[in-house]
Ligand binder design. Structure first.
Ligand SMILES: [Zn+2]
Length: 431
């Protein structure tokens, strides 16, 4: 069996691993990477052959799913295995990415019709259940990252391979954690572990202190009569923030806007044993927040004080967040609380590091306080090391991380006696 890394190797984005086996070629994820001038798709995916027998999709985020329509565009028809929630959310995100590509005049490399084909080829699988396809036995196991997310266990050509996808081993308000200790006990030994390493070289703050700090900070702004803009990622972070806000009674309205609304509806609609606090999320969504339509948005942005506005996008790259910021930036009573990692080059990153954004083409220094709260759906360096130790694989492959993250984990793993590799894009590893 051979694994070829077409993306997310010493980088984050465009996850796509081709698994060549005796009886078929399979893909683990097929994502895109967002660049300053468009998208980067998996590298040389069809360089050796145009054969793909099945795709195993770990979760809905576009850096794992955004290349699926491209496969369809090449006329390749094969089953796409994923969980119910992953399919529902992937469809929303793909549709949205197509829309944004058209609005921004970016080349999406696929047509609208390809999105429909993705739906047709999707095969929904239940978590933990054993399935067979051709020469592969597989299971989707909870990854704790976002609703629907899975680590994928494959038995093929006499080898057992575990692909973590993106994972989190900490309990969050929304997700039950991935449990590699139990996976190892039940399905070990594992011949090859392919792990993500997004935070491979970083420690994240402990949840309880972070949550307290966030709620206290929101309360202070509301108390002084200001409005807090809380930019969130549509999947996972938006819901987590709502569940967190539900812990207190607020003397002001909570507004909920952007794509996060539709994603929340999908999460509430689909059954999942791995999603926590659904009743609280439901109550927030149905009763305690005001859902804002695009018609209401501008009027609301101009007059709401005090208030809490939870809206996409998480890095201020489009979405209603910028419309609100345009009304809120000049008044120091207000605040902007970012709720996750800001990719260099994004508006959120610029706001955080330089204190300015471009509003209607004008460079604008934001006068209200801006803070980042490091909520994360990923494991940090200690969590990843614990997971690797729990699985104790014969071969360890570290990917989905910037070079410094991969190198940090590689050095640690080698010291611990693991046979560890950190492939670059285009590399092949025989297992
Ligand atoms: Zn992800």
């Amino acid at each position: 069996m051979k694994c070829i890394f077409h993306g997310a190797a010493r980088e984050v984005g465009r996850s796509c691993i081709e698994v060549q086996t005796a009886q078929g070629n399979y893909l683990l994820d097929c994502g895109v990477k967002f660049t300053h001038d468009g998208f980067a798709y998996p590298d040389k995916l069809f360089a050796s052959s145009k054969r793909v027998d099945a795709i195993f999709l770990s979760h809905a985020h576009l850096d794992h799913s955004g290349g699926l329509p491209l496969i369809e565009h090449y006329g390749i028809t094969c089953p796409i295995f994923c969980t119910h929630q992953t399919l529902a959310i992937t469809r929303l995100l793909l549709k949205d990415s197509y829309k944004i590509a058209r609005i921004k005049h970016l080349h999406a490399a696929f047509d609208k019709v390809d999105l429909k084909e993705v739906r047709k080829d999707a095969r929904r699988v239940k978590p933990d259940k054993l399935y067979r396809f051709k020469n592969v036995l597989f299971r989707f196991l909870n990854a704790g990252h976002i609703p629907g997310s899975a680590s994928i266990l494959l038995d093929v050509d006499g080898k057992r391979l575990l692909y973590t996808g993106d994972f989190n081993t900490r309990t969050t308000r929304l997700m039950r954690p991935a449990d590699y200790q139990s996976i190892a006990a039940e399905y070990g030994p594992i011949d090859c572990l392919i792990t993500e390493s997004t935070y491979g070289a970083r420690e994240l703050p402990k949840r309880p202190a972070l949550e307290r700090d966030f709620l206290d900070s929101v309360r202070r702004v509301v108390k002084r009569g200001g409005t807090v803009l809380v930019p969130v990622f549509a999947v996972g972070r938006a819901q987590e923030i709502l569940i967190l806000l539900a812990r207190e009674q607020w003397p002001c309205p909570i507004y909920f806007d952007g794509m996060a609304k539709e994603v929340t509806r999908k999460i509430l609609l689909h059954q999942s044993t791995h999603v926590s606090n659904k009743d609280i999320l439901n109550e927030m969504y149905m009763k305690r927040t005001t859902l804002i339509s695009s018609q209401q948005r501008r009027m609301l942005a101009a007059k709401t004080r005090p208030g809490i506005i939870v809206t996409t996008s998480g890095m201020l790259q489009g979405g209603p967040a910028m419309i609100y910021l345009k009304q809120l930036w000049h008044d120091p009573t207000n605040a902007v609380f970012l709720t996750g990692y800001q990719v260099p080059g994004t508006t959120g990153y610029r706001l955080l590091t330089k204190g300015s954004v471009y509003i209607d083409g004008w460079k604008t220094f934001v006068k209200c306080p801006v803070r980042k709260f490091d909520f994360s759906g990923h494991a940090d360096t200690e969590d990843i090391k614990q997971a690797i130790k729990a699985i104790n694989p014969r071969l360890l492959i570290i990917q989905h991380g910037e070079p410094e993250s991969v190198d940090h984990l590689l050095a640690w793993a080698k010291q611990e006696g693991f046979d560890a590799r950190g492939p670059a894009v285009g590399d092949a590893i025989t297992i």
